[in-house]
Design a protein around this ligand. Structure first.
Ligand SMILES: [Zn+2]
Length: 98
């Protein structure tokens, strides 16, 4: 099982590469519906694309996310994941497939 730290590390990377640019690649379709717990969390919390971020979180499109906005998004994802799986370990051994 993946520990929370590793999953959140992925969240940080996804947010940085897929959401933070002013004009993300394939914005609106950049977050798959499955394949990683963070993707599921992003759809559940409306942090999946810049359109949802603008509509539900009041973060305007067309400019890069600031570092504090990126932390905010990761935090929203983290809170949702904790509610789903309160028993998840804080850290875990990475598996072959991580
Ligand atoms: Zn969206």
């Amino acid at each position: 099982m993946k520990g929370r730290t590793l999953v959140l590390q992925h969240a940080v990377e996804f947010v940085e590469h897929r959401l933070a640019p002013a004009y993300p690649v394939r914005d609106g379709k950049q977050t798959p519906m499955r394949g990683h717990p963070v993707f599921i969390a992003q759809h559940a919390t409306a942090t999946c694309c810049r359109g949802c971020l603008e509509k539900w979180h009041g973060v305007p499109r067309g400019r890069p996310l600031t570092p504090s906005e990126q932390r905010y998004v990761v935090d929203v994802i983290d809170r949702w994941l904790r509610r789903q799986d309160p028993a998840a370990p804080e850290t875990g051994e990475p598996t072959l497939f991580d």
